[in-house]
Design a protein around this ligand. Sequence first.
Ligand SMILES: *Cc1c(COP(=O)(O)O)cnc(C)c1O
Length: 820
Amino acid sequence: MANSLYTAGSIGQIISANVIIVNDVPISTLLTDSRRIANAPEALFFALSNRRDGHQFISEAYESGVRNYVVSSKPAEPLLNANYLIVPNVLIALQTLAAHHRNQFELQVIGITGSNGKTIVKEWLYQLLVAEHNIVRSPKSYNSQIGVPLSVWNITAGNDLGIFEAGISTINEMDKLEAIIKPTVGILTHIGSAHDEGFSSRQEKVLEKLKLFKNSKLLIGHYDLLLDYQKDINPDLKQFTWSRQFNQADLYVFSETTIKGNYYLRAIYNKKEIECLVPFLDQASVENAITCWAAMLALGYSPVETDTRMEHLVPVSMRLEMKTGINDCSVIDDSYNSDIQSLEIALNFLEQQNQHPKKTLILSDIFQSGLSQEALYAQVAAMLHPEKIDRFIGVGESIQHFRDQFNIAEKHFYPDTEALLKDMARLNFNDETILLKGARNFEFERISRALVQKAHETVMEINLNALLNNLNYYKSQLQPGVKIMAMVKAFSYGSGTFEVANMLQYHKVDYLSVAYIDEGVALRQGGITLPIMVLNPEITAFDKLIEYKLQPEIYSFSLLSEFTKYLQLNDIVDYPIHLKIDTGMHRLGFEPADMDMLCDLLEVNTAVRVKSIFSHFVASDAEQHDAFTLKQIRRFEKAFRQIERTLGYQTIKHIANTSAISRWKVAQFDMVRLGIGLYGIDPSVKDTNALQPIATLKTSVSQVKKIKAGETIGYNRNGSLKKDGHIATVRIGYADGYLRAFGNGVGKMLIKGKLVPTVGNIAMDMCMLDVSDVEVKEGDEVIVFNEEQRIEELAKQIGTIPYEILTNISQRVKRVYFYE
Ligand SMILES: *Cc1c(COP(=O)(O)O)cnc(C)c1O
């Protein structure tokens, strides 16, 4: 991040740009996202064109203080004091600069690729090697055509080892990443089905991945996989392989057992038997651990030393978790590591949260930055904008020496975590968003435990990245200029209020919509400033509607007249409203026959201003009703034309819900109303990878019982086992939203990857599962639904629709939000 090796002018030369240089300033930071601005005076903004053209965001970056830009066309009106580097292709310029930077250093670099496990292997190698190396590595899973250059840019003269991951999704991508990473040592992890669609065959995919190693000296990988590709691997490339099957491999793993919750591996290496104990049991972790084991041996570590280090591996959690805290706080928990890059990501997430008036950062010492302490904390301090953080709590011997650097209104420093915990009462956490960011050995999980509300052990996890993925999918389906109204009614279909809305606001949807006024008020109190439409405004709460700047749906003459009266009484004119037309749903709305009268009323009404005219489809997802859907479109067009003619101004027209977005492109009009698709469910989307389920509902086992065949289980003696077996009682019942209809074997849950049926009736707070075929103990995790056991499946089991399953999950089930 900080290297003043470059200036705007010198970078112009490196990337062969045409330049407009006003002031040739030093450049130390590269930016690709106008919402994530750090170190603006020394930053260079690359106007990349992904889904949207990066040139649109230049003015936003300029407002944040950025003055240097890489662009693909000469600006019509250059901004004052701004430098421009003009290149044919902005992405290639970024990659060229990173490759140049890489070439300035002689360090050892480990390059990791494969379908799965890249990030885990990278993080574990970091844990295994950090004792004697100053390591630079990819932040989180930055492994794309953009992520790799940004990672490699972090190399400084202090580093003696780099560990970078490379991910590709189609052919001809790896050569570019190879030129940037230039790995001296290569690691090929597991090859699975991810991105198969980008390649004509599995073989083509593997060959593309192997290109990363064309200039490496050593390759570490799975013997069974590499065997098929010997003729494609450069004969000068030394290989170190592992296998569970072939004893020709350098590391032949011949025995795998578990000992007291650890996994015990034995293998033959250099003709001798060696062993290794790893603190993980799941197969994916074990495979990643074997890859690390092989890598350590290949790098020359002794088997004994390797074993000692492997035993201390800690799980890699790449995600930020946001939980409900004590005293109305939200806690963002990121105790996985503390380095500058991940701090930047976490700060950015903190910035998105507007639900509390105050923001607090608790940060520990940062290790292994490759910078001097002075430079490190100066950089950290520069990342903390006084307007965005209200208080700062530093924990650690080092950080407290630099207290004067932090220009934040309220600050506290503690030598260690213990001292902070002792002082909790005085810190008086209340109605604030708290970001916890600490290096492992500070054990910030203890602070987290003190700050987070105790959870009833059934939680619904919401993956905000998946939400974002789904939003972006629908954006990609829109005709140019079409706006998005995100439907966040009913607690965002059960997934949360301000947490989901804040994310949508940050990612620039145009409108939000809720069912009732109270829901809108809650969003405003959670910091939402987007326009909000209320579908069902209650006449008794017009005062709140106006106080909180909510915009009503007007669906009937009586509502129009009541609302107009209220506005006139309060001397309000031009209040934004949304007119609902009933084109066939027969729920709410003006009928086509009402149009003349409606127009007559609107013509003389100065109290309201019609922001939008809309209608709602009955069955936009169903082919058998397509003729009716078309009829609805025609009725809608006729109605809005007549109204707009009367009004004399343009309104926003919208009718499409989720299923209509891709099925009825002609019906996108000016805006679409995106509901269930945002939450990962849309039967009209045929590409199974396009949408990601956002919710996981999990609970746990409170007791396991031995049951004899024929004994009855639960209320009314409805359940029993056919053979002697075991049942597990789990902490979820109909009061949590797990409906009684799931009882007696209709519903199934996942325990240790196995589907097990319910047995007996579902009770209010609990139910029982038949676990005769799985080894289960108290406290084991139980999945009700996730991306494997899908909500759609549950809906089918009890003959309902996914909407009902999602919105039924009761408020007593804690929501935890993840952001990676
Ligand atoms: C709920 C709702 C939507 C969203 O429907 P989905 O099928 O979830 O996309 C759109 N418009 C109105 C009026 C709604 O009530």
